[in-house]
Design a protein around this ligand. Sequence first.
Ligand code: RIB
Ligand code: CA
Length: 315
Amino acid sequence: MTRTKILIDCDPGHDDAVAILYAARHCDLLGVTTTHGNNSLDNVTRNALSVLTLAGLDTPVAKGCADPIAGVRIHAGNGHGKTGLDGTTLPEPDRTPIDRHAVDFLIDTAQQHKDELVLAVIGPATNVAMAIKREPRFAGWLREITVMGGSTGLGNITPVAEFNCWADPEASGVMYGCGAPIRMVGYNVTSRTGTNEDDIQRLKGGGRIPSHVADLLEFYLERQRQFFGLNIAPMHDVCAIVPYVHDDMLTYHHCNVQVELQGKFTRGMTVCDLRTLTEEGKAMRGSGDANVLVAVEADAPRLISHVIDTILSYS
Ligand code: RIB
Ligand code: CA
């Protein structure tokens, strides 16, 4: 099977780090772009470079937007620690970001790999929205956008909003309305798809890189316990990439997705229309055309075991 050409837009972030290592093993990882989100742009960019340095990967990294399109910059600091990737000491980056803004790098890469590039958006969608606005042909050049963001139900950063969407809802709205094929895995699935203590112990039995990941996940699991009472560390971001390696680990429903921008209590919520309306029923309020494949189920044990096996394949 040919390896999917993928570019990851991210905000490392513990689960972003796992997604990068996973994609590098199973896909043709053409680049990494960084965005504000889990922490400051400088910190997440350094974290991305450190993870790639740890794994000996020369994937180009382009630095992106430091602030959301219209809102105030808010970082998800607590969940990922003060550096954005607390829990282990990673190597200093062996290189700097490329001399090209992430937005331009996204556009260049999509044009260069027309109809073949999958764009994985696993942080706030600011860079992607800026690329859509700057180059009207950008969305049409992409094979697909795969998003970790939103939710068909409960949120994490608010009762109804998931962090990536909430951190720049205007950008998410631009992305979901761009016309490119989009698949979305939200918190409704990822909150139940995570690593536990046993998985961490398995990683500790591996080499240097799996041991570093084990330390990172130990920190992340503790924070998930502390804030959400979870006994797993949700592997949110890698769930957006797994479908290009195994297409039977997640189940999707094609439906209309809109992003709430005005609600006092609901700003950043993804409104996913999962109603089973008939053609006649489509006259009901809010029934727009299906624009997103939304994940509704995951084979979590199989997916997580596969991801752990992948990390253990590093020395
Ligand atoms: O809500 C989960 C998302 O927020 C993930 O991308 C994680 O990295 C955090 O940024
Ligand atoms: Ca992320």
